[in-house]
Design a protein around this ligand. Structure first.
Ligand code: NAD
Ligand code: UDP
Length: 346
């Protein structure tokens, strides 16, 4: 079967959440492909460091804004990627109401912007829409097993509502909306203190701190390297016609958290030992994507196995920690923007 991708030279593309971990890699790739990129971010969990190298790029503009507020951009847009939302459980639970509003109100605002511009829209959804899944591996037609009143609900249910908004706008013929369900992704530029498993284990090992394993460590996750994810996002945005269904993007290699910790320990010289801490409420027990749909519709599959991805990621954390040790202590928000004025473009 032949898969068609729309010809995409020189588009103007808005990336909401573009100063975050995944978003900044997406901005890099889109600029390399010759597009103009407008990055919108409120720096809640992202950092100016992630996009600092792009600031003088002639095709890059940075706008500091919260997508919960209506956004107007004074030039026509061809595509909008919505990656704006904290993704780490401690971070999205820190202000759960804002997390929910980011997914519901923020996605509505960006869908309206897409409608006004007749721009294609890609929503970053998540494997969390499957909750603590009873189906394994997870296929896109599985409706999930989500606790709608627990501490993860602000994220899981917010993302589910955002998916519903996208498919309503698509069915109504108002927006060419596409939905990707992202499974655990890792790589350089994850914030060292964001609390997710890959960043925690690497940082703890590099600092000779105890490696924290929540619960028994027998729970599983499937880890995708960020370059593979970015490739999948761009393919789904540009595949023609719009498949009109959500698409899992993730690496089907499944590892227990204990196996991941052993792998990290085997790759970093450290005196760290493992300690167990309580399992967070509603922590999913198993997670692994069925990627048959991504293979069939996009010709996509991950290229980078976990050991190789970790080997690429560890040095970036080592240098981030060295930089952090040199820099004077700053409060979180000014650390995010490093005192740099944003919002002016060029
Ligand atoms: P991240 O926290 O590094 O990036 C999120 C970015 O969005 C940050 O720059 C943050 O400042 C910005 N942001 C948050 N709320 C905002 C708001 N209201 N207005 C404007 N900007 C806002 O997380 P990430 O890992 O890069 O995740 C990116 C997207 O992918 C998120 O939508 C997340 O839900 C989704 N996702 C990621 C993973 C993963 O494993 N990385 C898995 C599933 C889904
Ligand atoms: N986890 C852990 N130690 C940590 C951080 C996370 O054992 O320091 C566990 C967590 O309980 C979960 C898995 O690792 O079972 C993945 O957690 P993460 O926060 O990275 O992502 P998510 O739970 O959203 O998949």
């Amino acid at each position: 079967m032949t898969i068609h991708f729309a010809a995409v030279p020189n588009k103007t593309i808005l990336v909401a959440g573009g100063a975050g971990f995944v978003g900044s890699h997406l901005c890099d790739t889109l600029l390399e492909q010759g597009h103009r990129v407008i990055c919108v971010d409120n720096f809640q969990t992202g950092s100016i460091r992630n996009v600092m190298p792009l600031r003088n790029h002639p095709n890059f503009e940075l706008i500091e804004a919260d997508i919960c507020q209506p956004l107007s951009v004074d030039e026509p847009l061809d595509q909008i990627y919505n990656l704006a939302c904290p993704a780490s459980p401690p971070q999205y639970q820190a202000d759960p109401v804002h997390t929910m509003l980011t997914s519901v109100l923020g996605t509505t605002n960006l869908l309206r912007l897409a409608q006004r511009n007749e721009a294609a829209f890609l929503q970053a959804s998540t494997s969390e829409v499957y909750g603590d899944p009873e189906q394994h591996p997870q296929q896109e037609d599985y409706w999930g097993h989500v606790n709608c009143t627990g501490p993860r609900a602000c994220y899981d249910e917010g993302k589910r509502a955002a998916e519903a908004l996208c498919f309503d706008m698509l069915r109504a013929g108002r927006v060419d909306a596409r939905v990707v369900r992202i499974f655990n992704t890792y790589g350089p530029r994850m914030s060292p203190d964001d609390g997710r498993i890959v960043s925690n284990l690497i940082v703890q090992a590099l600092r000779n701190d105890a490696l924290t394993i929540y619960g028994t460590g027998d729970q599983t996750r499937s880890f995708c390297y960020v370059a593979d994810l970015v490739d999948g996002l761009i393919k789904l945005m540009n595949v023609d016609p719009n498949p009109g269904v959500p698409v899992n993007i993730g690496n089907p290699g499944e590892f227990t958290i204990n196996e991941l910790a052993e792998m990290v320990l085997s790759m970093i010289t450290t005196s760290s030992e493992i300690v167990h801490k309580p399992l967070p409420v509603d922590d999913p027990q198993r997670r692994r994507p069925d990627i048959s749909r991504a293979k069939a519709l996009l010709g996509w599959q991950p290229q980078i196995p976990l050991a190789e991805g970790l080997a690429r990621t560890i040095p970036s954390f080592a240098s981030a920690l060295r930089e952090k040790a040199k820099a004077p202590a700053r409060p979180t928000r000014s650390d995010a923007t490093m005192g740099v004025e944003v919002g002016l473009g060029h």
